[in-house]
Design a protein around this ligand. Structure first.
Ligand code: IMP
Length: 194
């Protein structure tokens, strides 16, 4: 089955291709081709994921899915949440976003945080959502070189390493997106046999 993933983020594509089996041909936006600025105007991860997937389905009539992820920090009342990409400004600079988080948490004992991903899948116009969560903490400083976004300052509770100190395989096994994608893949596999 052909399925469009509404992204051109090479990190995400690589992560998800690792998890999908061969029966699904994964296309990205540049394959359709689509270079639109896809709207993300909602105030929840659920709303943004659905807005993106319906945009693609309505315009191209293709089965597709879109994801939206946020880092939710307990001591910051769930910030940066849906604003994770542009927390320190609209230039979407990961370094500045992490610096802002570290500054806001400076002197704060409660470092609890979680990544949450919502995937909105549309098959023949019918939407289903999947959620993946990984609990952890915000480190005192950046650690590691791999991954992207907030990976250097996030340590999942299952590990002593930050996400940026893990290989892609290690991160995928426990990550928010990995967990949401595993649910998506199980669902897709059932669709084929029903
Ligand atoms: P998006 O909705 O998946 O584009 O994620 C929004 C923002 O959350 C990204 O720009 C990153 O800053 C951050 N983010 C998403 N996924 C991850 C991840 O796996 N590791 C670290 N940061 C992430």
């Amino acid at each position: 089955m052909k399925l469009v993933f509404a992204t051109n983020n090479p990190h995400k594509l690589q992560e998800i291709k690792h998890l999908l089996n061969n029966s699904i041909e994964l296309l990205c936006l540049s394959d359709i081709p689509c270079d639109d600025e896809i709207p993300e105007n909602q105030e929840t991860l659920e709303g943004n994921a659905a807005e993106k997937s319906f945009y693609i389905f309505d315009k191209y009539g293709l089965n597709c899915f879109a994801d939206d992820t946020g880092l939710e920090i307990e001591a910051l009342n769930g910030e940066p949440g849906v604003y994770s990409a542009r927390y320190a400004g609209k230039e979407r600079d990961s370094g500045k976003n992490m610096d802002l988080v570290l500054e806001k948490l400076s002197g704060t004992k409660n470092r609890k945080a979680r990544f949450r991903t919502v995937i909105s899948l549309i098959i023949d116009g019918h939407e289903t959502q999947f959620e993946g969560i990984v609990d952890g903490e915000i480190l005192e400083e950046k650690r590691g070189q791999t991954g992207f976004g907030y990976d250097p300052i996030f340590r999942p509770e299952e590990s002593t390493s930050s996400f940026a100190e893990m290989t892609l395989e290690e991160k995928n096994k426990i990550s928010h997106r990995g967990r949401a994608v595993q649910k998506l893949v199980e669902y897709l596999n059932h669709l084929k046999t029903d």
